[in-house]
Design a protein around this ligand. Structure first.
Ligand SMILES: Nc1nc2c([nH]c(=O)n2[C@H]2C[C@H](O)[C@@H](COP(=O)(O)OP(=O)(O)OP(=O)(O)O)O2)c(=O)[nH]1
Length: 178
């Protein structure tokens, strides 16, 4: 799978915007906003595009804070494996709207519905909210849902390689499986 992005907006009341996914992979789960990178996009461009498409919020790429790089591994279905650049954004305009993909709401951070989210999120979202930056692997079980292994390191800064994103997307678009 192509690299993906994931964005968590946080407002001035310290509420987080989460969307319940209405269709596709992760349906029924609350999550941030994101998706696959398109050819020629940087990770930040992908992140703001997906944020707008899925939530209605408008953000500038430079206002995103890169807070994590996850290697989401699905050993029982390799086609699902992807890396995900994860951002927090506190500056944005526009109105939250329901979209084809997501029904979104602002949630106080002590009321995050972890029971309706990806199961590993209850470990790392609190870390991100207290300001840690994380890089590492989350490997999923046979159901492609539960977590078999989580190995996350706290880092000073998440290295964002815009170039790698472009090359990955280019290769994906221009080569065939051998
Ligand atoms: N919060 C969270 N998200 C996860 C986990 N595992 C995992 O694959 N995801 C998310 C991150 C991405 O938003 C999404 C990747 O799947 P996807 O690219 O098919 O998402 P999408 O349907 O929104 O993509 P798109 O068609 O809009 O491009 O899955 C996890 O453990 N926690």
């Amino acid at each position: 799978m192509r690299p993906t992005t994931l964005v968590f907006p946080i407002d001035e009341h310290n509420r987080i915007l989460l969307g319940c996914k209405k269709r596709g992979f992760g349906q029924g789960k609350y999550n941030g906003f994101g998706g696959k990178i398109e050819p020629g996009e940087t990770f930040r461009q992908c992140a703001v595009r997906e944020l707008y498409e899925e939530s209605g919020l408008v953000a500038n790429p430079q206002d995103l804070e890169c807070v994590a790089l996850f290697d989401f591994q699905f050993p029982f279905d390799e086609t699902l494996t992807h890396i995900s650049y994860t951002y927090v954004v506190r500056t944005f305009t526009g109105d939250v709207k329901e979209t084809d993909e997501m029904e979104s709401r602002w949630i106080p951070i002590d009321e995050i519905p972890y029971e309706h989210m990806w199961s590993g999120d209850r470990e790392w979202i609190p870390q991100l909210l207290k300001g840690d930056k994380l890089v590492g692997i989350i490997a999923f079980d046979r159901d492609n849902s539960g977590v078999d292994l989580m190995k996350l390191n706290i880092v000073d800064e998440v290295m964002e390689s815009e170039l790698v994103a472009r090359i990955d997307a280019y290769i994906e678009e221009n080569t065939e499986d051998l």
